[in-house]
Structures are given as C-alpha cells and as structure tokens.
Design a protein around this ligand. Sequence first.
Ligand code: COA
Length: 177
Amino acid sequence: MLSFKSEPQLTIKPVGAFDLGRLARLHKHCFEEGWSRADLAHLLALPGGFGLIARQTGGGFASFDSLRGVGFALLRVVRDECELLSLGVVPAQRRRGVAAAILRLSMQNCFDAGARTMFLEVAIDNLSAQALYERYRFSRVGTRPDYYARPDGTRMHAYTMRADLVEALAGSPAPAS
Ligand SMILES: CC(C)(COP(=O)(O)OP(=O)(O)OC[C@H]1O[C@@H](n2cnc3c(N)ncnc32)[C@H](O)[C@@H]1OP(=O)(O)O)[C@@H](O)C(=O)NCCC(=O)NCCS
C-alpha cells in the first residue's frame, strides 16, 4: 500500500518580504499580546534587524505547518552586541526542540554578523522560557520593574539575561531536530 507520510523535518529560514502576515499570525498564536504586521515590519527594518521562521515539512498533515510556520525569532545586531527581541513556538509544537533549534541558529547568525554577546528580556513568571535560556548559557544580569504590560492591565517585571555567544555556541546542547 502506498503511504504519503514522511518523517517531519524542521527547516529554519530568514523571514522574507512575503512572510509578514504569517509572522504576525504566529506571534499572535504564541503571545497574549500579538504584534501587528506594522510593528513587525518596523522591527525588521531597523538597522541589523532580522527574523527567522521555522517550518515543519513532511509528516502528513504536518504539511499545514510548512505553510503557516511553527515558530519564529526576531533579532537585532548592533556591532558586537545583539538582542533577542522575540521568540515563540506555537503551542501544539512545544517541547519538541523547535525553540532550541531556532535559538541556536539565531546565535550562530548573530555571531556571523559580528555579535559576541546576546541580550534578552524575559518575564519573571515565564519559567519555561527561562529554563530554555539557562540551558543556552544565559544568566540574569538585571531586573526591569513593570517591563511588560499584560492585556488584563497588570504589569510584570522582567529579567535581563545575557549570554556570551562563543561560550553558548560551544557549550549548548545540539538541537534535537
Ligand atoms: C518558551 C518557548 C519558546 C519554548 O519553546 P519550545 O519549542 O517548547 O522549547 P524546546 O522544546 O526547544 O525546549 C528546549 C528546552 O527548554 C526548556 N523548556 C522549554 N519549555 C519548557 C517548559 N515548559 N518547562 C520547563 N522547561 C522548558 C527545557 O530545558 C527544554 O529541553 P527539554 O525539552 O529537553 O527538557 C515556548 O514555550 C513559547 O513559545 N512560549 C510562549 C512565548 C514565550 O514565552 N516566548 C519567550 C519570550 S521571552
């Protein structure tokens, strides 16, 4: 009997001009407070700004995920520093190594563009993201009070985290896929 099912494969590519709508939908799927196409276009147009989008191909119905994407990262490189502005994976594809793969490629791309240190902000109650970042050699270097505004009107403090890219790329675990 013929089978059209193949092993799912993760591909991660730079965000292109036609990905803005897809990226806005992905962002909305991952965060309570989605960013608009205009917000995203603005970030990507900043000097040193770029994005990565992960797609899942193969695996029967997973082909839907190859169209809409399963995760993304937005970054900015300024000289020898870079910032991870946003990172998300759709709920149905979490705990499969997608964020780890995106983060590792983000670090490599920033390193190749001349960055040696990566910074990010993460909400102090976002323990899953903190676990991911700690695994990739980020450590806390500060706290920003009331940094995030939540849709319910409350505010949440953020940690600023920092990673040395040489150490992180040499010592972090290889992604599962
Ligand atoms: C945080 C997030 C990006 C992780 O994505 P993911 O694809 O599920 O992460 P991975 O499968 O690559 O996890 C890699 C490692 O991170 C850690 N981790 C990820 N999610 C975790 C969770 N829910 N609990 C504990 N550790 C977690 C683990 O160490 C994990 O390795 P393991 O699965 O071998 O234990 C995802 O949960 C997400 O999109 N959340 C909403 C948006 C968000 O908070 N983004 C970060 C903003 S700063």
